[in-house]
Design a protein around this ligand. Structure first.
Ligand SMILES: Cc1cc2nc3c(=O)[nH]c(=O)nc-3n(C[C@H](O)[C@H](O)[C@H](O)COP(=O)(O)OP(=O)(O)OC[C@H]3O[C@@H](n4cnc5c(N)ncnc54)[C@H](O)[C@@H]3O)c2cc1C
Length: 290
């Protein structure tokens, strides 16, 4: 196996062009499991841990640019109040060791439907920055996931960064697992209220072939809030609205039965999490804390 270890971003992109089959490695918490269990033996590994700029984040106005190598621990410790939804999801990932090594870029590279960063990134309307020697392009997060563990990156491209808008309203994340820690989601849900656009964002995890939005539920809730003047009044949600929202989120999912849970349980838990996260987010909004 070839082992490529560039120390600059330009060299990393050149290596990916020369070896398009090379598997990038950022934190290695997915890649090394695959190799150790002999599930996958790539012809080449492209170790990105020496590329310093990938581990950096920056802020330009209301957009945070997270380098693909920013770890969950960095998100939790440095961006907890700037990207609250992503920080909540990051706290739910693995163990301290996994959060110290594992990255948001690696979660996107793996594109597993169970990845915990996907629901908040979908709800927040993030963009993924993809780079190659040919140049850089951005892909809207809801167009990034193209199939089970597949994404829109081309063979000569690397994920360089994730662009996330700072929130205008509350964000919440919830995950169901078979225990409280060190667990891959049975199902997960993220919500973001965007009062400036009178819009609701959502993200479903582990309940479809790819992470996805519940677009119809978003439209339903956004217009119900607008018709009742609730974006301005911040009054209590009408009876049944959160439950109806949960039922509509459920309709957007298409889960399977697997070792972690049944499709039926995934649908049920998704509706419950959607109802609860909306209630928590609305309590923050009504209380004026977000
Ligand atoms: C014990 C354990 C517990 C875990 N718990 C959770 C959990 O609770 N929630 C969760 O979501 N995940 C969990 N994971 C999975 C893993 O930690 C996450 O998916 C993590 O985000 C992967 O990041 P990484 O930097 O380690 O990725 P890597 O292993 O380095 O890479 C992951 C994938 O992304 C690709 N890749 C990496 N960097 C790039 C790049 N710059 N451009 C293009 N492709 C790239 C790799 O080729 C690979 O396909 C767990 C893993 C373990 C071992």
């Amino acid at each position: 196996m070839e082992f490529l270890a560039p120390t600059t971003w330009a060299d990393a992109l050149a290596a990916k062009q020369e070896y398009p089959d090379a598997v990038p490695l950022t934190g290695g918490t997915d890649v090394m499991v695959e190799i150790n269990f002999d599930r996958h033996r790539p012809p080449a590994l492209l170790d990105l841990t020496g590329v310093r700029e990938l581990r950096e984040w920056s802020r330009d106005g209301d957009v945070v640019r997270l380098g693909a190598g920013v770890t969950y621990t960095q998100v939790i410790e440095q961006l907890g109040d700037v990207l609250p939804g992503l920080a909540m999801a990051s706290r739910a990932v693995g163990s301290p060791q996994i959060r110290n090594r594992g990255t948001v870029g690696g979660n996107l590279g793996a594109a597993s439907p169970a990845g915990d960063s996907h629901p908040p990134l979908l709800a927040g309307g993030a963009e993924v920055e993809l780079a190659s020697v040919r140049g850089t392009r951005t892909v809207a997060i809801d167009e990034f996931y193209t199939g089970v563990k597949q994404h829109a990156g081309r063979p000569d491209e690397l994920i360089s960064a994730i662009l996330v808008r700072t929130p205008r309203g509350p964000q919440q994340f919830s995950k169901i697992g078979t225990r409280n820690a060190m667990v891959i989601s049975v199902s997960a849900f993220g919500i973001a209220l965007h009062p400036d656009e009178k819009r609701v964002g959502t993200g479903i995890g582990s309940a479809a072939p790819t992470p996805r939005r519940a677009a119809e539920a978003e439209a339903f809730l956004s217009s119900a809030l607008e018709e009742a003047g609730l974006w301005e009044s911040r009054l209590t949600l009408p009876d049944g609205l959160a439950k109806e929202f949960g039922e509509r989120v459920k309709l957007a999912a298409s889960p399977i039965d697997d070792v972690r849970g049944t499709a039926q349980y995934r649908l049920h838990s998704l509706a419950v999490m959607a109802r609860r996260t909306l209630s928590w987010a609305w309590a923050d909004y009504a209380g004026g804390t977000s």
